[in-house]
Design a binder for this molecule. Sequence first.
Ligand code: SME
Length: 160
Amino acid sequence: MIDLQHNEQGLADYPLLAAQLQALLAGERDFIANAAQFSAFLFQQVHNLNWAGFYLVRGEELLLGPFQGKVACVRIPFGRGVCGAAAASGLTQRVDDVHAFAGHIACDSASRSELVVPLFKEGRLLGVLDLDSPLPARFSAADQAALEGLAAVFVELTDC
Ligand code: SME
């Protein structure tokens, strides 16, 4: 794996990350292997994260999946916390200040901002991709669009 890919503004070079992710996942479609690789890839390549990983749909709950970061809560009901809001609404949640988000679940007290992208395959909710940062307002609208794009690459290249 090459070094952190960032442009002059210190923002991640997302087109390059998308190309790298495609190369990383090429030749393997297993869900656990690709989800584990994707979470490690994001944790390595995107600056200022303290958690990156998956919560997966199991009935009316989300169950912890492959991730990088500190140990986390295992089950999250739909509608609870930022992840549960993303799962219940089907919409990306971009939270500049997690302390101002009613019901936020604090797995790591260092977290200040959060981005949660719901994952769909052919209209079916698979789970969510969750990124936490120790910096307030870490995630811009451009970061959101780019992470949604990377998540789409993952879903396309993985058996879900
Ligand atoms: N903060 C999340 C819980 C998951 S951890 O951040 C890993 C939430 O409120 O849903």
